[in-house]
Ligand binder design. Sequence first.
Ligand code: C2E
Ligand code: CA
Length: 391
Amino acid sequence: MNHEQRLLILDDEPAVAKTMQIIAQKLGFSVRCCTSPEAFFEEVDGWQPTHIAIDLVMPAMDGIEVLRHLGLIGCRAKIILTSGIGNRVLESAGRSAHNHGLSITGTLPKPFRPALLRELLLSTEISTRDSTSNKCVTDFIIDAESIAHALHHKQFELYYQPKLDLTLRRITAFEALIRWNHPVHGQINPDNFISFSEGSGQIDAITEMVFDMGLEWLAQLSHSYPISLQINIAASSLEDINMADRLDELCRLHNVEQRQITLEITESCVMSDFNLSRDVFNRLRIKGFELAIDDFGTGYSSMSQLTKLPFSELKIDKSFVVPSTNSGEAGDVVRLTVELARNLGMLSVAEGVENLETLQFLRRVGCNLAQGYFISPPMRGEHVASWLSRH
Ligand code: C2E
Ligand code: CA
């Protein structure tokens, strides 16, 4: 590790805190433990931990309040949630913390497995591989400084993955997926830095850069091909009510029509602050953007909420699509989601189509659009025109 790593533990069980402390110290962390929220917030302020582990259930103050407060003070530490109250509650708390702008590394059910704690503590350091020898060449810690440097030196690139219209049997859109081409550590995938940038307040800069690059690419390509572009928008970018104006302005600058752009917003984000998001979504729709609910099936939305939202597309999460032909349950979820989308007047899109069998299954159940490695993995922007002419 090349930076000092400081872990702050908030847990009212001293024995648990002590065990975590020993494990973390072996990994090179400096560790401090607190049993009360007052002492904890003093340390957050004064010691500035890089990592925090929080027990969700404590007598004096519950972990949810602690998380809300951390969100309010703009805490940027990597957070691990611990508790014995069950996985589902932990995961739901994790999602809501994420929506407060916090960077959640993972959840640790109690009694905890030391190996999982080690994994979570190290998970912000990504290992990169030397493509010639397939050896780990180095450990790299993603922090606000390295992201700022990457933005400044234009190290981000967009890859594009086609979306196939199963009725028209042609490609009608591409999804822009960001990659970080690091000069030393090679290509870094978005899962390693997007949620960090949400916590560090850099996501809006990334969103605008993605928009700018994507629209420039689309403006060139749409001279020859009538396609639209799907862009992922992070939860926290939507908290800014003016984001819609800035995206609108970028469309004007690049001479791209707003209706050619679909913004993909994850289901958990859509549902996190229903009323606020409804205002933001309505503004985006009024400006002409299309909206898609991404990763559908992972966010527990209710039918009545869905009918109130101005979305035109529902993207079925790949965790259901990939096993849909092997598992009856996953297949049923896909079939019912396609039906739900149809009843709500929305288009259904399946992501994660990895083979012909899945594509045929999707056609049978009446899914509208498909995306996945079987059609094409994401590709560099400059390869799209020749790929389209071959397909
Ligand atoms: P997502 O929006 O759910 O995107 C789909 C992910 O599935 C992509 O991973 C894609 O490469 C991968 N994928 C595509 N086809 C298949 C398949 O057939 N099988 C399987 N197993 N996977 C497939 P990627 O590019 O690593 O992106 C991961 C996530 O990062 C995205 O998930 C999205 O949430 C986020 N992301 C990517 N680009 C951006 C961006 O520009 N802005 C924001 N805010 N988030 C982004
Ligand atoms: Ca997406």
